[in-house]
Design a protein around this ligand. Structure first.
Ligand code: ADP
Length: 405
């Protein structure tokens, strides 16, 4: 029997997350999941769970870099006979954040692909280097195994030029590859398809607004399975208010901080990416904490929540206009799947657009995709859990299978 397992690796700047899935007959059964976090610090820690037994192993103590982290992951997998040397492993699927305009589909990694991912570092300085280290380490551990890159930007390469371009000098934009690339594409693709399925409709004839609200957050307008607009841009900084990112902002704020505030460019970068959003507004970026503080009457938390919701509502309205006809609005990721308060507030007052949330359905806690709009609503409102790892494994396995045939 041909090998059917796929290891999905998500190598970030300070963490490595992974899942080993069995893709036999498209099942996507999870065999092991885990993460190594706080890489490069003294307080690194890791957690590894084997799903067949439910056994979890945890370790703490310094892990120097991504390479050491990945070797530790390989070691953990090997303890249960699931190691990288297993003949049942068909491929490794890597999440790669920035694929520019070049990568419109999952791609088997070779030297040329590595060079292109490297060339994109200037537009993804935080993410692509870590992704590359993960790929190179995995390739060194299993040079004979197909390794596939699945790009966060790929789904958005379908965006029309009028949505992808900024209104700046075209020659300068082209020279520096400045355009709106969008991110979280794997999730937007998965969720828009799963939403059509939930409605019992063909994705090719379904229009969906996907709201991916995690610590990073983005919205997308999907027409008939293709992305026609998304809220993140050249980098993941544009768009919605996020956990620690500002989202949309008058670019002149940056000039002002430099000229009047005397801040260096790197400081401004850090401020807007790591010290802004919900965290910058109220000191917390976890929606659970914000909900709790609001219940206690905390004014800063209330204002942060209101700013977050106001922006979200503007994007729902904008993408409604972009699509013209909307079949569903789908909430996903940590906040979208769990924060009852956010879903209720984001849709409140949008009855004129045919959008409403049923209070009782919205309050139900469930792991599966579900509708939260009232029966007979003109537009469905849904909670659709995202599964980026399954999507990466599915795309990786399909590509490797195709190459084998
Ligand atoms: P990431 O962008 O890191 O992948 P996730 O999609 O995991 O983020 O979302 C993490 C966020 O989800 C947390 O910061 C928190 O704000 C939110 N979250 C998680 N669980 C809950 C919950 N039960 N209620 C409200 N918000 C939640």
């Amino acid at each position: 029997m041909s090998p059917s397992r796929v290891l999905v690796l998500n190598s970030g700047s300070s963490s490595v997350k992974y899942q080993l899935l069995d893709m036999r007959e498209g099942a996507g059964t999870r065999l092991a999941v885990g993460l190594v976090e706080r890489i490069g610090e003294q307080t690194s820690r890791s957690r590894h769970t084997v799903l067949a037994t439910g056994a979890t192993r945890e370790h703490s103590g310094p892990v120097a870099d991504d390479e050491a982290a990945l070797k530790a992951v390989a070691g953990e997998l090997a303890k249960d006979g699931l190691g990288l040397d297993s003949p049942e492993l068909a491929a490794i699927g890597h999440r790669v954040v920035h694929g520019g305009m070049f990568f419109t589909e999952p791609t088997v990694i070779d030297d040329e692909v590595l060079t292109e991912i490297e060339r994109l570092i200037p537009v993804a300085p935080l993410h692509n280097p870590a992704n590359l280290t993960g790929i190179r380490t995995a390739m060194a551990l299993r040079p004979d195994l197909p390794q596939v890159a699945v790009f966060d930007t790929a789904f958005h390469t379908a965006m029309p030029e009028h949505a992808a371009r900024y209104a700046i000098d075209t020659k300068i934009a082209d020279r520096h590859r400045i355009r709106r690339y969008g991110f979280h594409g794997t999730s937007h693709a998965f969720v828009s398809r799963a939403t059509a399925k939930l409605l019992g409709k063909d994705p090719a004839h379904t229009n969906v607004i996907v709201l991916h609200l995690g610590n990073g957050a983005s919205a997308s307008a999907v027409r008939g399975g293709r992305c026609v607009d998304t809220s993140m841009g050249l980098t993941p900084l544009e768009g919605l208010v996020m956990g620690t990112r500002s989202g949309d902002l008058d670019p002149a704020v940056i000039f002002h901080l430099a000229r009047v505030g005397g801040m260096a460019m790197d400081e401004i970068d850090t401020l807007l990416n790591k010290g802004s959003g919900l965290f910058g507004l109220c000191g917390d970026n976890d929606m659970r904490e914000i909900d709790r503080r609001i219940a206690e009457g905390d004014k800063a938390a209330r204002l942060a929540f209101d700013i977050y919701i106001h922006r979200l509502k503007k994007y729902i309205g904008a993408y409604y206009a972009v699509l013209g006809r909307v079949d569903a609005v789908a909430f996903t990721a940590g906040v979208g799947e769990n924060a009852v308060s956010v879903r209720e507030a984001a849709v409140a007052g949008l009855d004129g657009l045919g959008l409403a949330v049923d209070g009782a359905l919205n309050a139900v806690r469930d792991d599966g995709p579900r509708l939260i709009s009232p029966a007979h609503a003109r537009v469905a409102v849904a909670v659709v859990p995202t599964d980026e790892e399954l999507e990466i494994a599915t795309q990786t396995y399909a590509l490797v299978g195709k190459e084998r045939r």
